[in-house]
Write a protein that binds this ligand. Structure first.
Ligand code: ARG
Length: 452
């Protein structure tokens, strides 16, 4: 039997099962928990119409200063969440009570861990989503640099994996960059959901105190408050599922990039050469340089989809109001974020180190790759497209090899080999960086105003 901070004596196994991974996972929430508590206590100290204040302004300032020292100790790795704390919320309350005595015991007035954890995770998600967006930009920039360095090196464009049409390495690279950048749209949808204030909903039904929820929304930098307290308690998992869905889609995009890199660096293709130091060897075959790191991205993409499925499965049959299942939803979204962030960082490094074998790219052009171009030359002579198509189709054996460099140079319209707008990619990358950077700064400034 173990005693917890709420003075309940609990069977040790039951406690361990219900606490789960919170003592470790919640370390990522210490700063956000302290920020939420600072906003709550500030708002409590400003509450009007009470016979006696819950906390005075001077007491609130004392709490905020102590919270700042908690954030500092956490940043230095000196803050521990004990199993009998259960989670970060109780651990912070314990420390505040140790340091401030009965003042520490007042901070939870008019609040529940249910709205508290929702605040923490939303602030954490906002900050993390913006970081992911920055990491997408880093990868997109590496892909664009890789493409620009290869310049107009021709690459066989494929459909069904079969040789299809003349393309270039840059078109391949910037195509993947654009796909990754477009994923910011999904992340932004998740961000907008995370950017709503649940604080003041307490356990999900409000409290008989004149809480000013608009005030805490402002202090914490949320775009607005979730109006209905019951709705606020239900929105927790939905917000995490939205983020996991954005992550699952992002990972699918990154996995396709990884798959192309695996394929095109196979000796049979040899278009690209992966940096050897990022490849792993075999315990028996001395010649091996394996792209394990890229294979694991495929596996992580599968896991990300599993996390999204797990989150929605966990939510779909849960009754209204808080249920402890939600604690596991936190584990799922944190795992998802870790997968997305490590994958983006690793991929950017592998792309940066990857080399192009221009000769291998050029010598892969078979006559068939030019078949469509030949038919289009017939069209230029006045032959209707379908007749030109059949003439080429019926005489495939007569196709000659052509110069791939000349072929790609003729493709100039928007978005094709010689019609790629490098400035457009630069602009999009810098726009995402600017917008994410400004919002991260604003969040940091809320934190600084509350915690000094
Ligand atoms: N660690 C808990 C969670 O993540 C905090 C909320 C606990 N609330 C409760 N009613 N038991 O969900």
């Amino acid at each position: 039997m173990k005693k917890t901070i709420t003075d309940r004596t609990v069977d040790a196994d039951i406690l361990a099962y219900t606490v789960g991974d919170d003592p470790v996972l919640d370390l990522a929430l210490v700063k956000w928990d302290c920020m939420g508590t600072a906003a709550h206590v500030t708002m409590l100290s400003e509450m009007k119409g009470l016979a006696r204040p819950v906390v005075t302004k001077a007491e609130a300032a004392k709490v905020r200063a102590t919270l700042a020292s908690v954030v500092k100790s956490a940043a230095e790795g000196r803050f521990a969440i004990r199993e009998d704390d259960q989670d970060v919320h109780m651990a912070v309350e314990r420390v505040l009570t140790e340091k401030l005595g009965s003042l520490g015991k007042k901070i939870h007035t008019g609040r529940s861990r249910n709205d508290q954890v929702a605040v923490d995770t939303r602030l954490h998600m906002k900050d993390s989503i913006l970081a992911v967006e920055g990491e997408i930009c880093d990868l997109a920039a590496e892909l664009c640099a890789f493409g620009a360095a290869a310049g107009p090196v021709p690459l066989v464009g494929r459909t069904h994996l079969q040789p299809a049409m003349p393309s270039t390495v840059e078109m391949w690279a910037t195509g993947h960059a654009e796909m990754a950048l477009d994923q910011v749209e999904n992340l932004e949808a998740a961000y907008r959901l995370a950017d709503l204030n649940p604080l003041g909903s307490a356990a999900g039904y409000g409290v008989p105190l004149p809480l000013d929820r608009t005030r805490t929304a402002k202090l914490l930098g949320f775009s607005r408050t979730i109006h209905n307290c019951f709705g606020a308690s239900m929105a927790r998992g939905e917000c995490e599922a939205a983020l996991l869905s954005a992550i699952a889609q992002l990972m699918a995009v990154l996995s396709r990039l990884a798959e192309d890199m695996i394929l095109f660096s196979m000796p049979e293709f040899a278009y690209f050469k992966l940096p050897r130091e990022y490849c792993t060897g075999s315990s028996i075959m001395p010649q091996k340089f394996n792209p394990d790191v890229l294979e694991l991205i495929r596996s992580k993409a599968a896991q990300a989809l599993g996390l999204q499925t797990a989150a929605i499965s966990l939510l779909h049959a849960m009754p209204g109001g808080y249920n402890r299942d939600l604690q596991d939803c936190k584990l799922l979204y944190m795992k998802g974020l870790e997968i997305a962030r490590t994958t983006l960082r690793i991929l950017a490094r592998v792309v940066k180190g990857m080399k192009v074998d221009a000769d291998a790219c050029r010598s892969a052009f078979t006559p068939g790759v030019f078949a469509t171009d030949v038919a289009l030359r017939l069209v230029a002579k006045g032959i209707p497209w379908r007749d030109a198509y059949h003439r080429v189709r019926d005489n495939l054996g007569m196709l000659d090899g052509e110069d791939p460099d000349s072929a790609v140079a003729l493709k100039k319209h928007e978005g094709t080999c010689f019609g790629l707008d490098r400035a457009l990619y630069r602009y999009r990358i810098s726009a995402v960086r600017k917008s994410a950077g400004a919002r991260r700064k604003a969040l940091e400034s809320c934190c600084r105003k509350l915690l000094g």
